[in-house]
Structures are given as C-alpha cells and as structure tokens.
Design a binder for this molecule. Structure first.
Ligand code: ADP
Ligand code: MG
Length: 699
C-alpha cells in the first residue's frame, strides 16, 4: 500500500521542476494522484498523415516533419512563437503563446518530429497552436502505441511541453511498479452480481486499453467503485442520523407564527412556499433532528420561509439564528426581517465583524439570558464566545459560501444540535443532489411569486458601450437604477482592480455629477464604507452601482432594473445567473446586459447563449455542469466534498443508480461491514473517508 504514497518526484522522468509543475497545475503529489489522473479520452496514434492530406479541423492529425524556421513575432502581450513545419508534401505553421523562452531553447531545427494536434484554419492555411511534438527518435523508442490515453493538461503545462503524451509516458512508467499494490476489495460473489472486472486490471486497462471493449469494462468498474464508496458514506450518515440524532420537538404552531401569518404577511405565500413550510414542520414536530436543504431560484422567496421557521422556534421557547455569507447580505436580511416582525414581540439583532465591542457585550448578555430571539449575522455568530440560552433553529443562507468546519461549530451550540435549514439559490440537478446531499433532506421552491416579468437578457460587444450607456440613461430617466459589475478574481486581482477603476471613471465621465450619482463597492473597501454605499443605492440616492462580485448573493433593491455585467465571458454560469437575479425583483421589466470582447472561447459562447436563452436556474445549472463538471459547480472541489476522479454525474447516472442499490443492499445485510468477506470494502472505505476529512457528517 505504501507505494501509492510515494512522492511523485521519485518517479523516473520527474525532476524537481516537473514535480513542481505537476503539483501546482494538476495537484499530483504522489503516485496515487498520478494513478488517479484518468484519461478523459483516447486517440488512435497508429495512423500518420501527410500535410497535403489534412482536410478538416475536426480531428487531430499525426504528421512526421521538421521545423525549418522558428521566430518570435509581435510585441508585449501579443508576443508569440511561430514555426514552419514541413514534410515532403507541404508546410504548416505552428504557434505558441506561452512558454516561449523555454520552447525557443529546446525545440530543435531540422530534426524529424512527430506532431500530433488538431489543426485550425488561419488566413486560409492550416495552423497548429500548442501542438504535441516529440522527436521521432523518442517516439519510436517509446512503448506507447495504438489507443493512446489523453490526460487533462493545462496551458501552462503545454507551454513547458508537458503534454498529454508526457503524462502518458509517466503513467506508463508508474503502472508496472504498482503490480500487487491494488488488491481486490470486493468478494467474488459481489463482483459477479454487479458484473465488475477485477480492480488492478481495470486500472491498467483504463490507462492503456488493449481495445475498446476492455476499456469499457474497466471504466465501468472504476466508476462503480467511486460511486459505491460515495453512496456507502451517504447511506451510513443518513442511517446514523435517523437512528441516533434526536432533535428538539417544536410541537406547537404558536402565537407569533399565527399572528404573523394572519396579520403581518405582506403577500399571499406561493404554493411552493407553503409546501416547503409543511415539509419543514413535519420534520421538526416530533423530536427528530432536521437537516434540510431548501433549493429555490433567485427571487423565489426563501427569506420569508426562513423567517417563518424561526418563528416556529420562538413559539416553542427556542432562539433562532440566520447566517449569511457577507456583511452586506446579513445587514440586508436584518433590515428586512426587523421590519417584518415590527409588530410582534420578537427581539432581533445583528452581529457581524464590525459590531462594536459595547454593542457586542450587550448582545451577548441578551443572548445568554434568552431575551434576544433572533440573531442575524455573518459567521461571527457561530464563534465560540457567542453563547445562546437555547438555540433551536439555525438558518444558513447561500450555503455554498460556508465551510464544513463552520457548520460543525453550529452543532455544538446547544445540548442537542439545533435544527438546520440550508438555503441555496444554486439549483442542483437531481442526480447530483442525490449523491452530494444523500444525507440531507431536500425541499424545492419551484415557483416564483406572481407578477414577475422574465428578465430580458442581451449580449453586447464592448464596441457598443456607448449605446449601452444610452440605454442606461433612458432607464434612469424613468426612475430606475442600474448595476454595473466587474469580475474580480484572485489570480488577476491587480489588473481587475484597474479595470474596475477605469470602468468607474468612464462611467463618471459619461454620467456627470451634475445629473447622476454613482456608487462604487468593492472588496478592498472597509465594511462600513461598503454598507454606506449599499444603503445609498438601496435608498435611491445613487442611480448607478459600480461593483465587483460582492453583490453577487442576495442583495435586494427592487427598484434596480438593469444589470450590466462587464467581461461577462470571465464569469461562470451560476455566477452570471446569481448576478442577474439582483434585478427583476420589482414589478418593472428588467434587463441584463452581458458585455464581452469579440474574442470568445467556445465555452464562453455557450455560457452567454444559455443566459440569453433562459431564466431557468435548473436549466442553467445543467448546462453549467456539462461545461465544468459537477465538482466545480458546487464549489466543492477544494473542500473535497465530491471528489470524483473518473465518474461523471451527468453521463454515468445509470452506474450511480446501480452502485447506490448495491450499497443499500450491502448495508442491509451487514450494517457495520463486520463480516470477514467485507473486510476489503471496509478498509478501502475507511481510508477514503480519512482522506476526505469526514465532511459528510455535518454538511
Ligand atoms: P431569494 O429566494 O432569492 O432569497 P427573497 O426571499 O429575497 O428571494 O425574495 C425576493 C422578493 O420576493 C422579496 O422582495 C420578497 O419580499 C418577495 N416575495 C417573497 N415571497 C413572495 C410572495 N409569495 N409573493 C410576492 N412577493 C414575494
Ligand atoms: Mg436570498
């Protein structure tokens, strides 16, 4: 077993520099990580083309030829390296945008190379960007042939000439060393029942398949393993939860709830809101612990549902808290909810990182003596020093921003864990929900409040900015407000702040102070300044809000009817959808304008098109999942929640179902996995769970 833990630099062919890149770019630290870097497709490298045989840009071609000329062209950002690549039938151009220095020094002129890449058409000629190149001599010496694995790589790796083929060679070196290190984990009957190929052979076949049929069997086996372990985990959690986890019984629907429902509710609840409230009530009436996820598209009215749950807690003698991911959002919730419970005998307070010490002391005291009923805040409200007299209900808004550890802290706030209601506006397709949240119960608010006009979404190029400004002016003239949002990501922070600043200045020029007030909010500002600017905008004192994505979640300004998203190609789909959800909250027709440059990748085009086509969060999340893979969608790749290496939730739903059934059957027969023939499963399961840091119990 130990061999799988071996650091990757011990592998022949991996020097310190390469190891460093593998770690940074692909998170490959050990032999195990490399073993679990699976090909995402396979190519046939038995066929060679001549240059004059290239006839389309549809598929990769493999050519033997020489580089006759190598030169750097262009300046600064547009700098690139080009090469003439020739065989006896013609020539093509090769081009690189990254890693120029390294390439220039290492590519050899007039030596036979094997080129493998997908051609593109440029100026009516075939052209290859960042092709796989290998000296013919080395190509011939390598045992790689026939069906070849293609591993996921990155631009940066390609720039250093660590391409799919380099990775294939490393795997080829690794595999023979792992003979005997991948023992079978299932008993023979189990293998037979589920039609599974042996484990070790499956690993070998998946990396270097002998033929398509064996590849399929091997892939099936490894995907099954992944789903099976995931489901074992889920089902066990859920069982433990159901059997052992007592919770507070909220047996009464009391005065506050009824009073609010009959006299204070500013509108009729939608059918979906009522349905979800019923589901929640059923959970908490009888003394079992609730752990429920409420999914509802942006604007579906989750806040009021949360409030009514908190009132249920108060009516039964408990306190409640609502946790939001940002100060802005917590403050908004506080202001909104305070108004709603104005006429009820309910004490409500706000606690964030910027609450002053004196106010904080008072608040702590009231929490401990029970005179404070509802506490709204950021994660400040789950810190250890915040003690509740009797916390019975915790609502977590937009949970994807919360870490697992933070949720764990919540559990410790009372003698029994408080009921937990997680609300998310990132809709999750059913298969994903089933496997990620197999241990949570799920409710869906699948209906928007009546009278909402669908938001009109359009795509505009940067060159049309003046027209867009004109449109903004028209909307402001009829009394509306406008958001202009800029991307801000960690890797390109400096540039992004500059873009934001430039953008702000150009808006101030186009919307002069004499006629317009412009707010700006970004992450570098102090919380109090952000809040002040947000409030000015919310009160209608400013007409334009220029911001980074700090306004992404939850902010509610019903009079804002235009959302302009700058560099929209740089946002992910779910982010775009969240941002768009900031408008369309009032009765007026709202608009979302996606600004992009002319240079769009095909994924970016799909994202923009999807946004223009539909307002349906579920449809958007399906597309998102296809583009990005489910791990990213959930924002859980880093937190390790759904760390699938080979299985694909979109494509492998049938395998998931089979694995889930097999897991259910197994746990019915042997709930503790104590029978000797299940030792292999138990051991594998335990080592996997250890690696995943026990996330499941508390998510
Ligand atoms: P989200 O689900 O995105 O958190 P909110 O709870 O902020 O949505 O609700 C969005 C807006 O819709 C709020 O202004 C809220 O007052 C309003 N709203 C919620 N439920 C209803 C309803 N049943 N009828 C009319 N308006 C509603
Ligand atoms: Mg909300």
């Amino acid at each position: 077993m130990q061999i799988l833990q071996t650091p990757i630099e011990y592998l022949k062919g991996v020097g310190p520099a390469k190891a460093d890149l593998l770690k940074k770019e692909l998170r490959i630290f050990t032999y195990r990580d490399l073993l679990n870097l699976f090909p995402f497709r396979y190519v046939d490298r038995s066929r060679f083309y001549k240059i004059n045989e290239i006839s389309s840009t549809e598929t990769e071609v493999q050519i033997i030829g020489k580089i006759t000329k190598l030169e750097e062209v262009g300046a600064a950002r547009a700098k690139r390296l080009t090469a003439h690549f020739v065989d006896e039938t013609g020539s093509v151009e090769l081009v690189w945008f990254k890693g120029l220095k390294w390439l220039k020094n290492s590519l050899k002129l007039n030596q036979p190379y094997v080129l493998f890449a997908k051609p593109s058409m440029f100026n009516n000629r075939y052209n290859f960007a960042h092709p796989d190149l290998e000296l013919l001599e080395e190509f011939k010496a390598s045992p790689l042939q026939g069906l070849q694995p293609v591993y996921p790589s990155t631009e940066k790796l390609n720039g250093r000439n660590i391409n799919a083929r380099t990775l294939a060679k490393l795997t080829q070196t690794l595999l023979p060393q792992l003979k005997g290190a991948l023992p079978e984990i299932y008993p023979p009957e189990f293998l037979k029942e589920n039609g599974l190929a042996p484990r070790e052979a499956s690993y070998f076949e998946v990396h270097f398949p002998k033929n398509v049929e064996r590849l399929e069997k091997a892939g099936y086996r490894l995907k099954f393993d992944e789903f099976f372990m995931l489901q074992l985990d889920m089902i066990r959690q859920k069982k433990i939860h159901q059997i052992k986890q007592r919770g507070f019984a909220f047996s009464a629907l009391g005065e506050n709830f009824n009073n609010f429902y009959n006299n204070e509710l500013p509108f009729e609840l939608t059918g979906a809101q009522k349905k979800v409230l019923k589901e929640i009530r059923k959970d908490i009436m009888h003394g079992l612990h609730m752990n429920r996820l409420v999914q509802g598209d942006v604007g579906s009215g989750k806040t009021i549902v949360a409030l009514m749950c908190m009132l249920m807690a108060i009516d039964n003698g408990f306190q409640a808290c609502l946790m939001a991911p940002t100060e802005i959002l917590a403050t908004q919730h506080y202001n909104g909810l305070k108004e709603l419970v104005e006429n009820l005998p309910v004490e409500i307070a706000l606690l964030t990182g910027s609450t002053k010490a004196a106010a904080r002391r008072e608040l702590h005291a009231k929490l401990e003596d029970g005179s404070l009923h509802i506490l709204i805040g950021t994660h400040a409200l789950i810190e250890d020093k915040v003690k509740y007299k009797n916390l019975g209900m915790a609502v977590i808004d937009e949970q994807h921003r919360f870490g697992v550890a933070q949720r764990a802290q919540l559990w410790k706030k009372n003698t029994l864990p408080p009921h937990i209601l997680i609300m998310t506006a990132t809709p999750i397709p059913r298969t994903l929900a089933m496997s990620v949240y197999g241990n949570l119960d799920i409710s869906v608010i699948d209906e928007l409040p009546p009278g909402r006009k669908p938001i009109t979404t359009v795509h505009r190029y940067d060159s049309n900015r003046l027209k867009v400004f004109g449109f903004m002016k028209d909307e402001i003239a009829i009394g509306r407000q406008v958001y202009v949002v800029y991307p801000l990501i960690e890797e390109s922070k400096q540039m992004d702040y500059k873009d934001l600043q430039d953008g702000y200045e150009s808006i101030v020029r186009a919307f002069p102070k004499s006629d317009y007030q412009v707010s700006i909010v970004h992450g570098k500002m102090k919380a109090t300044d952000k809040e002040w600017e947000m409030q000015r905008f919310a009160k209608g004192e400013t007409q334009i809000m220029v911001a980074t994505t700090v306004i992404e979640v939850g902010v509610n300004v019903p009079n804002a009817s235009v959302m302009v998203i700058e560099s929209a190609e740089r946002f992910g789909l779910s982010q775009l959808h969240q941002l768009r959800g900031r408008v369309g909250r009032g009765a007026e027709q709202s608009f979302c304008i996606l600004m992009t440059s002319h240079k769009l990748s095909s994924d970016a085009k799909t994202r923009i098109k999807t946004m223009v086509r539909t307002n349906d969060g579920f449809e958007i999340s399906e597309v998102d999942m296809k583009l990005r893979g489910p791990g990213d969608l959930m924002g859980t790749r880093q937190s390790g929640i759904l760390n699938l290496k080979i299985a694909d939730l979109m494509k492998d739903g049938a395998i998931l179902e089979q694995a889930r059934n097999a897991a259910i059957n197994l746990l019915e027969k042997d709930p503790q996995l104590q029978q000797p023939e299940h030792y292999g499963i138990l051991q594998h399961f335990n080592s996997q769970v250890k690696r995943k840091m026990q996330w499941g119990r508390i998510s």
